[in-house]
Each structure stands twice: as C-alpha cells, then as structure tokens.
Design a protein around this ligand. Structure first.
Ligand code: AGP
Length: 619
C-alpha cells in the first residue's frame, strides 16, 4: 500500500510534495521519490529508506550540480512512498517511473496483475525497462499511446491494465496538467485556490486545503491549477460534488476512523484482494512461481513444519487444515520460542514455513535459521519486503496487507490465512493431489473472499457492539471451537487479552468436560465458533453443555444455519457461506470486533496496548 501525491498550481511544490509524503508514511515506506517539471524538462530524485533519505538525496543532487530538484521553483510534480510488492527495495524500483526518454513520469499505488504479459509485449516493441516493478509498465503504455493528448494516452493505457491500482501521470509537454486514474485503489482530489492536488489519501494535502472531490472506481481525472475534469474509462464526462473535510490531522491519518485498528479491520478486503489476486491469473491454477521451488523439490517434501508466534501462529494452525486436506502433506506446528530450544528433528526433505508479519520476530527468525542449518528448505510468509525473514529464508511468500500500525494484528492475520490457502492449493495442484475442477471451485471461492469479508464487517459490526455492551465488564471470556474453528478461537481470545486486558481462554470444545467446564457460571460469556465444518454437530452439543451451566453462549455461525445455531445460543452472528476450510477468514472478523468494542468501552488504547510492542525483536 504505497502513498502517491501530485500537485499542479502556482507555488513551488517540491517541499509541498515531500510534506504530503510525510503524511502518507503510515502507508508504508521502504523507498520514496519525486519528479518535478520545469522549463521543459523533468528531473527526478529517488532514495531507498524513509523520507529523511529522500531529503538527503535532494541535498546531494545539489552537490552534484543538477539544479532542477535542488533549486527548483517547479509548480508541477509527482511524489511517492513505496511499500514494495513487485521488485526488490532498490533505488531503481522506487517511483516515479518513466519511459525511456523520460517524457512520461508516473507514480502508482496497487498492483498491475497482467504486468508480465504487457512487459513482454512492450519489450518486443523495443521498449527498455529500468526496473523490476509492475508499475513501470504504465509509463511505457502511456508513451506507446501518446499522440499529443495526455488524457487520451492515459485512457488508452488504462484500458490495457488489469489489477488493483491508482496512478498519476505527468508529461514533459504538459507543464499545467496531471492525469490520474483509479481502479479499486484510493485516489482523491484536493481543490485549492489556484492549485490542485491528487493523492491516495486526504492527509497528503489536508494542511493546504480541506476541499476535496472523490474519484469513483474506473474514473480518470485531468487536473490543472484551476480545473478538474472527471471522465469515465469510456470518456464520458462526470460531474462531481465538492466536499469539505472536518477531520483533524490525526483523524485524517486514520482515514476518518477513530483508531488505526478499526481502519485496519476495514482494510481487510483490500489486503486479502491484493494478497491473492495476481497469484490467481487463471480460473483453475494457482501461480506461486515466485517461490522458485522446483517440481522435484515440491514432490520431495515429506513433511511441513510451521513455526511462528502469536497471531501468526494462529494463521499457521488454519493453514495446517488447508495443506493437509488439499495436499495430504503432514503439517507439524510449533510456537517458535519452543521449537528453537527443543532440538527438533528436521532435515532436507522438510519444508519449514516461518510466518511473521513484521519479518523481524526474533524467536521465529531463530527457528527458521535452525531449520535451515539442518538442511530444511525454509519458506517465509511475511508482510515486509527487505525484512530479516526474507534473508533467513530460501523462498518468500509476501502478504500484501500494507503497513499495520495497530499492535493487535488484524489485516495481517487474514492476509496470512489467504496466503497459506494459496500455498495449500498450489502444493496440492503441483503434487497432483487435487482435481482441476476442484481447484477451479476453490479459486472462485477465494476470489469471492474480499467481498465476503466486507459483507461480514457490515453485517456483524453493530450486533457485536451490542454484545460487547452487555459483556465488557466481564471478568473472564471463554472461546470454544473444534477442528478448524479452534485456531479462530485462539485468535479471538488473544485479541481480547491483548487489547481489553480481560483474562480469556480458548479451548478445544471437546476438552471442556475434562476440566475447564468448572470455570463456567451464569456470568461467563462463552464465544463458540460454530461455522460450517465436518464437526458442526459436535460443536452444537458442546454449546448445549455450556448453556446447561447457565453461561451465556455467543455463537458465530454460517448463513443458512440460523435455525440450528439460533436454538443453541443466546446471541448468534452469521458470516457468509464459503468452503468450510475458508470459513476462518470470515469467522475471525466478529471476534476482532468483539475485542475492539470491549476495549473501547473500557476506554483503553487499542492501537498501543500496555506492555506490548508491534514487533518483538527480543529473545
Ligand atoms: C498479535 O496481535 C500480536 N501483535 C503478536 O502476537 C504478534 O502476532 C506476534 O508478536 C508475532 O509477530 P510477527 O507476525 O510480526 O512475527
């Protein structure tokens, strides 16, 4: 999730653009850059790392004598902070990108799914690429279609792209015009006095103007200092209302949400979509060629070991069901802080998967290194390019959730689960363990998940809020589940513990009668994950067991099972139907919300809970 800003107006804009980037750094920052157009030439500066490196690079260029950026009064420009998804963290891969002549410059947020085939086409036409990114494609496509009108060239390029993206383009022959396009990813217009901004989020220009215009999906916008022209992909003109933003700057950074955690809960549809979409180019085949695992290596995997901590460990537990059910490879799970000290038996025919959103968790890294030293092939599932985990692994599968600021992991959990579903299906297909039409069925279900996650948030939000109101002063929460529902319970209990500080426990429902049932009385809220699964009947009888002790059952079920769940629970929430193995990615949403609203009712800081750090780099 990158940050993009564009400006055209009457003021020198270099520092305006960099200030805009500072307000977008929460979107991710492994590199940054800007391009400025003045006196018929465009000059660019890019730097790896955060904005202080970009500022230093601008100063450096002063020394090298290139005046445009250092001394410029340019009043039109583009800028970008990057959260790498395609192409390593290098200066060449930083934005803005341009065509060979440097006449067209673009900044892009999102993913161009069909970048490989377009790149092949353009290279065949003689285009030369200077980066590994999917985004650079757009600059060459605009150059390909350019016949004097920038908007027309952008529209033609837009028609060839597939994916989730928003971009802004600048052309050396148009010193008073920027053209932007939006497809799924956010892009908004800031209207000033004799100046206009384009940005991926309002904070980028909120200090300069509070007057905004929204750009709808599939629209193209042409801006000048005093003009905004919104058109469709087909070229029809669209009128657009002006809105005044009342947010304060902090609120703006949270996208208008009260906290980063709530913002990140709502970003889950996009995070999952970006994590899966370009790995599902075909209707019946998963493409994980990025793992660079040969067919022999895949066929030779005798066992899989998943090591992780906290929420990442829970994602691994869900993944175990997918891998064992689809690929029939035995999966062993271990918390990394235990695995690294138990002298594990591991070797060359094992695939060891380290799951870590930050890519910096010391215990997980140590467990990965130990397995690698003992000959295992190590795969990291991580959200951060350039993180240590990417260096301690032989293969890397990136989730694409964007930067997660809330300490309590939400969108990185659902993205990890989505990534491990892809891995399970790819291993099954690569080892010929699953029929092509079954793969097609599951791919269709996977592609529907972003929409269903959005529906789940909408459908359960207010109901969960009401449930939290009746239980937030509870002294203990118990979560019960079976089979693939148990990891969801573990994750729900962890969220409740880490942000509401209420003692909470998750237990295999079948184990209740072997002890924990003694904990129950009429004051105990018991959250039961009873979504569609091969053991739903069993879960229903455990719910009856709990109710018989007077406890309050809050059930999470699958739409369509209202009758049997409704009779067995005091409160019931339902998530959309999907394949039982995919249910956890939906069932966890109401549990995230329950912990969230409970903590809010207790007036606790959900973004930065006590005693917790986002990344645990200590042993
Ligand atoms: C989850 O909400 C917590 N922040 C914590 O348990 C976290 O999942 C754990 O520290 C692992 O972090 P990682 O995914 O960055 O390795």
């Amino acid at each position: 999730m990158c940050g993009i800003v564009g400006y055209v107006g009457g003021r020198p804009c270099r520092d305006l653009l960099i200030a805009g980037l500072e307000k977008l750094e929460y979107r991710g920052y492994d590199s940054a850059g800007l391009s400025l157009l003045e006196d018929g030439r465009i000059d660019s500066v890019r730097a790896v790392g955060n904005l202080s490196n970009l500022r230093a690079a601008v100063a450096e260029r002063r020394d090298e004598g290139a005046v445009a950026v250092a001394e410029t009064d340019a009043t039109i420009g583009l800028a970008h902070t990057r959260w790498a998804t395609h192409g390593r963290v290098t200066e060449e891969n930083a934005h803005p990108h341009s065509d060979e002549e440097g006449d067209v410059h673009i900044v892009l947020n999102g993913i161009v799914e069909n970048h490989s085939e377009l790149r092949r086409e353009l290279i065949a036409e003689g285009h030369e690429f200077s980066s590994e990114t999917d985004a650079e494609i757009v600059a060459h496509l605009i150059e390909r279609h350019y016949e004097g009108e920038l908007t027309d060239a952008v529209r033609a390029a837009y028609a060839e792209l597939r994916g989730h993206y928003a971009f802004v383009a600048m052309h050396v022959e148009h010193p008073g015009t920027l053209v932007g396009a939006r497809h799924e990813c956010p892009l908004v217009i800031g209207v000033g006095d004799g100046e206009t901004f384009l940005a991926s989020a309002i904070p980028a220009f909120l200090r300069e103007t509070r007057t905004v215009m929204q750009i709808e999906n599939g629209e193209i916008v042409t801006i000048g200092p005093d003009s905004v022209d919104v058109t469709t992909a087909a070229g029809e003109h669209r009128d657009r209302d002006i809105e005044e933003v009342t947010w304060d700057e902090d609120e703006a950074e949270r996208g208008g949400y009260p906290t980063f955690m709530m913002k990140e809960i709502h970003e889950q549809p996009d995070a999952v979509a970006e994590t899966i979409t370009d790995r599902l180019p075909e209707v019946d085949e998963v493409d994980l060629s990025e793992l660079e695992l040969s067919a022999e290596q895949v066929a030779g995997i005798r066992r899989i070991v998943i090591v992780a901590c906290g929420t990442s460990y829970h994602a691994g537990l869900v993944g175990r069901y997918a891998i064992e059910t689809w690929a029939r490879i035995p999966v062993e799970m271990d918390v990394a802080s235990e695995y690294r000290y138990r002298d594990p038996v591991v070797g060359s025919d094992d695939l060891v998967i380290g799951i870590t959103q930050s890519g910096e968790t010391a215990d997980t890294l140590a467990a990965m290194r130990l397995a690698r030293e003992r000959g295992a092939h190590v795969l990291a599932i991580t959200n951060v390019m350039g993180s240590q985990a990417t260096r301690d692994a032989d293969s890397v599968l990136f989730t694409r959730a964007g930067l997660e600021i809330g300490v309590a992991a939400t969108k990185t959990f659902t993205s990890q689960v989505a990534a491990i579903y892809l891995l399970g299906l790819w291993l099954a297909q690569s080892r010929g363990h699953i029929a092509r039409d079954r793969v097609a069925e599951l791919i269709a279900e996977l592609k529907a998940l972003p929409r269903k996650i959005g529906e789940t948030i909408e459908a359960t939000d207010q109901h969960v809020r009401a449930i939290a109101r009746s239980h937030y002063d509870g002294r203990f929460f118990l979560y019960l589940g079976r089979h693939i529902g148990l990891p969801v319970c573990l994750e729900g209990a962890l969220k409740m513990k880490e942000i509401s500080y209420i003692p909470s426990d998750a237990y295999a429902a079948g184990e209740m009668k072997h002890g924990p049932i003694a904990l129950l009385d009429e004051t105990t809220p018991v959250v039961c994950v009873a979504t569609e699964s091969p053991v739903l009947e069993k879960v229903l009888s455990n719910m009856a067991e709990v109710r018989a002790r007077g406890a309050d059952v809050i059930a999470i079920g699958t739409q369509g099972s209202e009758l049997e769940i409704g009779d067995s629970a005091d409160q019931a929430l339902f998530v959309p139907e999907t394949d039982w193995i995919l249910q956890p990615i939906l069932a966890v949403i109401p549990l995230q919300l329950l912990a969230y609203y409970t903590a809010r009712l207790l007036e606790l800081n959900v973004d930065q809970p006590r005693n917790l750090a986002k990344t645990v780099t200590v042993e």
